[in-house]
Ligand binder design. Structure first.
Ligand code: 26M
Length: 802
């Protein structure tokens, strides 16, 4: 493997490798090659360089026979990979040079890659950051998930209204994966359970084959590479043949149809859709395949299943793979003759569960009859698990209750550790959703505050700042992010602050060009770029941001000669297709934006921009160019947030509530360097008890009342004046997320931000201070915490870093 900071190949040799792939893998010569051909050739040439470190890591893992991590996640929100791999292999400059020598533009080729959008938002992106850190830290690990044919839908705006179309990333060849046609497992569904000689025997009705596709995940400097194994569903040919031989041609195609649907499409919700049978089948499909795979590997290495917990750490990314508990018990009991109590304790020794939300509508529950129909054996096993749990902890908490199977309770009971994703969230997990189980199993709930990979979220996406940091504190920071603290010593150096400002200006110019090229939108790079990008959700309160925007518009019109700080309000994010209120909020942002942007009275002072189809690669352009990070959720509702960390790392101060990881970000940067507003989680809970709290808040705020009246009366929807009457009435009557209560505090704090931003030098110092002080939020730190507190696994790298 290469030594630090030395590319493994010269630009000349790499150009030759690209040309070789162009010829032998794409069947083209340079004069006839399309952008796609060049992108594929570049990807394959890079992939070649990953294979040796990958084999070496796999060889050492098998040799060491140590414990391995299995990260089970329905979602891996990866984004593009060319730059990620190039950066991790120190090949970014070489790749760029090689392509230029072939007459191509590296940036254009990189931008041709479709995002692998196999996730909805924070939970899926966290899984992708964790894979990067597991490899960087040299921890033997496999990610397991689903190879969706269609990732998250594409979002378009039709007159401001969100319209969804199918995403089709696999219509083009996917350069990074290796198909493993020999790695197949049968996944069984339905049928019935019979008692045969005192043993429960499952006679399933349907079989689907899970087939593996492997993507190497290379860590920093190519020191280690793990595997992301995604399962694709295929029909069971044996089954086909049987009915085919009976002459029933039509029946023979039925399993084909089921198989193809299972890995067809990512569910686009980030709340549960009760009773969707296909979703349950997806969950069982990938969980069963993953467990069969890891058990087969363990046995092939001569392991004794009784000692499985010494060799296997399975992390459940939310409850989506919670069926892993009963499935592992089934494998141990039905296939390996374990006693029920041994099976349960062995499975529990392997399993840990991460909770990502307290929102009741996001906690998975399955109607018991549906569950028993799809997974009859697991239904029985869950009853055994519940009985064992009652014997151990008493009968306060049931797993099956009111005709529903509660996946959170199942995951909790079957896990040796349960973790929340920020300090505040983990405490709330103990006090609310799992209060009774916390009493029954004290010590089981722990915290692991989320993190982000600094390779993608600073080094790769922000070259100007990366270069400044390298020049200032050296190059050891990408895998030891606390080293950024070294920047603190330079915060009062005018030359450093000038360069920091120049880096931000470069990024803002780049975003401005990108907006112009893609959407034809012009923005003033001198204005404050105020950015809120995330899924559209009532609790995240994009609506409050929009209300503040309208209030500011009013204020500027009332006082056109005031010393206003020019702002561009940038929104980005998708709503779940069935989430009606979220879609109304999107439409209102677009409608209000059109009116405000068309108003000559506020031109140059206030602008609303909402680029459609927000995704990982859009985030990589927006975040480095951001001046102000909006993290304004109702306190107690955002489990952690990870966008908040990305902004701070890239030098954007936060306006935010005391919610999720905001609390810890504020601790790191210092209270005086964080624009805090709003009620605390405890105050939120208390305020909800007060009768008519929203009405009172509106009556107490003429500024808010005026904005709501404008929206209700059709100022932003003149052709359809009542369009937003329902949305506004909702705020008066059931403002569950306390938009009205926090509005004044938010507006006032935004004016403090205006004043602070007007002093350019001190603002830039504040921005740089954010970068210097948030190194703790590296996902390397998070993964080290999981390895130490939950998994009991160690790095394979002699010089373990981070
Ligand atoms: C469930 C059922 C059917 C279809 C989809 C779902 C589903 C998918 C994603 C439910 C929840 C999902 O994600 C929740 C999520 O993204 N939570 C976020 O997790 C981040 C990482 O821990 C946190 O930073 C965010 O605060 C939290 O909202």
């Amino acid at each position: 493997m290469s030594s630090p900071n030395t590319p493994p190949v010269s630009a000349q040799d790499f150009a030759a490798s690209i040309l070789q792939h162009l010829k032998t893998s794409l069947g083209k010569d340079a004069p006839h090659a399309s952008l796609y051909d060049w992108r594929m050739s570049l990807s394959l040439a890079l992939r070649d360089l990953v294979v040796d470190p990958w084999f070496e890591s796999t060889r050492r893992t098998y040799e060491a026979r140590g414990k391995r991590v299995y990260y089970l996640s329905m979602e891996f929100l990866i984004g593009r990979l060319i730059e990620d791999v190039a950066v991790n292999l120190q090949m970014d400059e070489v790749a760029s040079e090689a392509l230029e020598s072939l007459g191509q533009t590296y940036e254009k080729v990189v931008a041709d890659e479709p995002d692998a959008a196999l996730g909805n938002g924070g939970l899926g992106r966290l899984a992708a950051c964790f894979m990067d850190s597991l490899s960087t830290l040299g921890i033997p690990a496999y990610g397991y998930g689903i190879r969706y044919e269609h990732g998250l839908f594409e979002q378009h705006f039709d007159k401001g209204v969100q319209v969804e179309t199918a995403e089709t990333w696999l219509e083009q060849r996917h350069a990074w994966e290796f198909e493993r046609p020999e790695v197949n497992y049968p996944i069984l569904f339905g049928g019935h359970v019979a008692d045969e000689d005192g043993k429960a025997v499952w006679h399933p009705e349907e079989t689907v084959i899970a087939s593996a596709f492997d993507t190497p995940v290379v860590g920093w400097e190519g020191r280690w590479a793990n595997t992301l194994r995604l399962w694709a569903a295929k029909p069971d040919r044996n089954f086909d043949l049987e009915s085919f031989n009976r002459g029933d041609y039509i029946a023979a195609s039925a399993p084909e149809a089921l198989a193809r649907t299972i890995s067809r499409v990512l569910y686009p919700d980030d709340t549960t859709d009760v009773g969707k049978e296909l979703r349950l089948k997806q969950e069982y499909f990938f969980t069963s395949a993953s467990l069969q795979d890891l058990v087969r590997r363990f046995l092939s290495e001569g392991g004794d299943l009784k000692s499985l917990p010494d060799y296997v750490a399975i992390q459940l990314n939310d409850t989506h793979p919670a069926i892993a508990g009963p499935e592992l018990v089934r494998i141990l009991m039905d296939l390996h003759s374990f006693e029920v109590s041994d099976a349960i304790s062995t499975a529990r020794g392997c399993l840990a569960y991460t909770n990502h939300t307290l929102l009741p509508e996001a906690l998975e529950r399955w109607p018991e009859d549906l569950f028993a129909r799809v997974l009859p054996r697991h239904h029985r096993i869950i009853q055994l698990i519940e009985a064992a749990h009652f014997a151990e902890a008493g009968e306060q908490v049931r797993i099956i209750e009111h005709g529903e199977v509660k996946m959170g309770e199942l995951a909790f009971v079957m896990a040796h550790h349960v973790n929340g994703v920020s300090a505040l969230h983990s405490e709330l997990v103990k006090e609310t959703v799992f209060a009774d189980l916390h009493q029954a199993y004290p010590g089981r709930i722990v915290n692991q505050t989320n993190g982000i990979t600094p390779r993608r979220w600073l080094y790769a996406c922000n070259p100007p700042l990366r270069n400044l940091i390298n020049d200032t504190i050296g190059t050891a920071w990408p895998d030891d992010l606390e080293k950024l603290q070294g920047l603190n010593a330079h915060l009062d150096d005018p030359a450093f602050i000038d360069r920091f400002q120049a880096a931000k200006d470069t990024n803002k110019a780049r975003l401005s060009d990108w907006l112009k090229d893609r959407d034809g939108v012009s923005v003033d790079p001198a204005a404050m770029f105020d950015v809120q990008i995330k899924r559209i959700h009532e609790y995240k309160r994009q609506l409050m941001n929009l209300l503040e925007t309208v209030a500011l518009w009013n204020e500027i019109r009332d006082n056109p000669n005031g010393a206003w700080t020019p702002r561009v309000k940038i929104f980005g994010g998708k709503a779940a297709p069935g989430y009606v209120v979220a879609k109304e909020i999107i439409r209102l942002i677009n409608d209000a934006g059109a009116v405000i942007n068309g108003d000559p009275a506020t031109k140059g002072l206030l602008q609303v921009v909402y680029p459609e189809n927000y995704n990982v690669s859009m985030a990589e352009v927006l975040i480095p160019a951001t001046d102000l990070s909006e993290q304004i959720s109702t306190a107690g509702k955002e489990a952690s947030g990870t966008g908040n960390m990305k902004f701070a790392l890239n030098g954007a101060p936060t306006i935010g509530t005391l919610d999720g990881a905001n609390v810890e970000i504020r601790d790191c940067v210092g209270a005086e360097n964080f624009f805090l507003f709003g009620l605390t989680a405890a105050e939120v809970a208390a305020r909800r008890m007060e009768p008519d709290y929203a009405r009172h808040a509106i009556e107490a705020s003429p500024r808010l009342g005026r904005v709501l009246e404008q929206i209700r009366s059709g100022v932003f929807s003149p052709s359809d004046k009542d369009r937003y009457a329902g949305l506004v009435d909702g705020l008066f009557n059931h403002d569950y997320f306390l938009v009205t209560c926090d509005f004044d505090s938010y507006f006032d704090t935004q004016r403090v931000v205006d004043t602070a931003f007007a002093d350019a030098r001190s603002w830039t110092r504040l921005a740089a201070l954010n970068t210097a002080r948030v190194g703790w939020f590296s996902s390397d730190r998070t993964i080290s915490g999981y390895a130490r507190d939950i998994w009991n696994v160690r790095s394979m790298l002699a010089t373990g870093s981070g």
